[in-house]
Write a protein that binds this ligand. Structure first.
Ligand code: VGL
Ligand code: ZN
Length: 211
């Protein structure tokens, strides 16, 4: 499989220090996928990086809900919201990209989750499932119709980005070996099912790197 330089984009989701081992919301093995992402990126003419980018006291931080524990949920005005440890606070080292991530030709860095009162797992829509981030319009205007997703975390931001991207009529593929999961109870299974129902195809990095 060879990426089409006119229509294909690689979306690298949230490859940030706080989601890697040692970070505030560490995803097991999150850093292991960085070398493969660097190689994959060389095969794509168009690469978009996303960056989780929260203000202090963001609604998704357990610390903002006196006494609430991380990994519990609250009823936000826009629906259920999982609470997390403080992570990816704007302009902190935890919000920076992993130091080994090397994609000099990345064309866009899309920040999300920057409003205090609403989270944004998806790169396309905030967690109210209606406020656009602008990414859909950006990709559409540029004629980028096929999206290959990798990064963190499989069961949250990769999941919701691929589902929303598909709903917006982008053809989405997941690089299965180039993502890692937070793995809350049931979250990986739910993601597998959601991808299956949406007809989202799984691909392997070797499908492209082995050329
Ligand atoms: C993410 C939880 C909270 C992610 C972001 O990138 O998957 N997960 N914020
Ligand atoms: Zn976040």
């Amino acid at each position: 499989m060879e990426p089409n330089t006119a229509t294909d984009a690689l979306l690298v989701i949230d490859l940030q220090n706080d989601f890697c081992p040692g970070g505030a919301l560490a995803v097991e093995g999150g850093d292991e996928i960085v070398p493969t992402i660097n190689l994959l990126a060389q095969k794509f003419a168009h690469v978009v990086l996303t960056q989780d980018w929260h203000p202090p006291a963001h609604i998704s931080f357990a610390s903002a809900h006196n006494g609430a524990l991380p990994y519990t949920t609250i009823d936000a005005s826009y629906g259920s919201q999982t609470l997390w440890p403080d992570h990816c606070v704007q302009n902190t080292p935890g919000a920076a990209f992993h130091a080994a991530l090397s994609v000099p030709h990345a064309e866009l860095i899309l920040r999300k989750g920057f409003r205090t009162g609403i989270d944004s797992y998806s790169a396309f829509l905030e967690n109210d499932h209606s406020t656009p981030t602008g990414l859909g319009g950006y990709l559409r205007e540029r004629g980028l119709t096929r999206l290959f997703l990798c990064g963190l975390a499989y069961d949250f931001c990769v999941r919701h980005s691929a589902i929303d991207g598909t709903a917006l009529d982008f053809e989405c593929f997941i690089f299965e070996d180039v993502t890692r999961a937070v793995n809350l109870p049931g979250s990986v299974k739910a993601t597998d099912q959601a991808f299956e129902e949406a007809g989202i195809q799984r691909v392997q990095s070797a499908d492209i790197l082995a050329l």
